[in-house]
Design a protein around this ligand. Structure first.
Ligand code: F6R
Length: 260
């Protein structure tokens, strides 16, 4: 794992955008995995700006999103379809037929999940998966106790996650209980995992995921087994890392050819 601690979420988001943009420039037909939630909004804003000002070209990119709520139509304001359109897809030149988000209204969830896995495979796999982390350590919507080898499937949200996401729905009672999410095995197949975590609410989950034992009770700890997982943190979310001094030294002394 590469642990990068930046002074704040703005610096971290800028660096995340640089990493994603670097890949798109190097590999125009890259397959990008996107996350939703509060954390990546600024990263998406940077990508939109790079598209507008530097002509960063998404015309050949394929996109896969991590998850979607079951029972929400794509046009629902709190759906992840709406989120992605609002924050990114409507603002860049990505082709809509190359955008993939689980369909929350499907009447055949197992088939829908299998076909999602097949589409990822047919696209050649995901080059970089952007990730957040739940306050309970979830990755995608793989809640604690998720199988570490799981594939795309239906999951039931914990009360904590429904509480964390209540604002988007105007109350916790309106947050769906079920979601379709890429599994931890699906995420582990991505060539690079780029996890962003900001703010004091994430401090504990980050410390457990990075330095705690690998356990299904902290699903993000599976990234300890990933050959290329990058944790991009701000000072607050990194506050409980015992080895912070080491991670900082490593990042500050990267050889020139390894720098972003
Ligand atoms: C979103 C997702 C979740 C979020 C996590 C953090 O697609 O899969 O794992 O990344 O819940 O959410 P925020 O960024 O809102 O704190």
């Amino acid at each position: 794992m590469e642990i990068i601690i930046q002074p704040d979420s703005h610096e971290a988001s800028r660096l995340a955008a640089k990493i994603v943009a670097g890949l798109v420039k190097e590999k125009p037909h890259a397959v990008l995995g996107f996350a939703t939630g509060q954390t990546p909004i600024e990263l998406y804003r940077h990508l939109v700006e790079m598209h507008r000002k530097e002509r960063l070209d998404f015309s050949e990119v394929t996109a896969f999103n991590l998850d979607e709520y079951v029972g929400l139509e794509p046009g629902h304001p709190a759906s992840y379809h709406s989120y992605m359109n609002e924050h990114l897809f409507n603002l860049i030149n990505i082709r809509k037929d190359r955008v993939n988000i689980p369909f929350g209204l499907t009447d055949d969830i197992p088939t829908c999940c299998r076909s999602y896995e097949d589409r990822i495979h047919a696209a050649g796999g995901i080059d970089i998966q952007i990730l957040g982390i739940g306050t309970d350590g979830h990755l995608g919507f793989n809640e604690p106790s998720s199988s570490l080898a799981s594939r795309t499937r239906i999951k039931t949200l914990t009360a904590q996650t429904r509480k964390d996401n209540a604002a988007a729905f105007g109350g916790m009672d309106k947050v769906p209980h079920h979601v379709i999410t890429m599994g931890l095995g699906t995420i582990m197949d991505c060539r690079t995992c780029l996890l962003l975590a900001f703010g004091p609410k994430k401090t504990r989950a980050v410390a457990q995921a990075v330095e705690g034992p690998l356990t299904a009770m902290v699903p993000a700890s599976i990234l300890q087994m990933h050959p290329r997982a990058i944790f991009l943190l701000d000072e607050e979310s990194a506050a409980e890392l015992q080895r912070a001094y080491y991670y900082r030294w490593v990042y500050d002394n990267k050889p020139a050819w390894q720098k972003y």
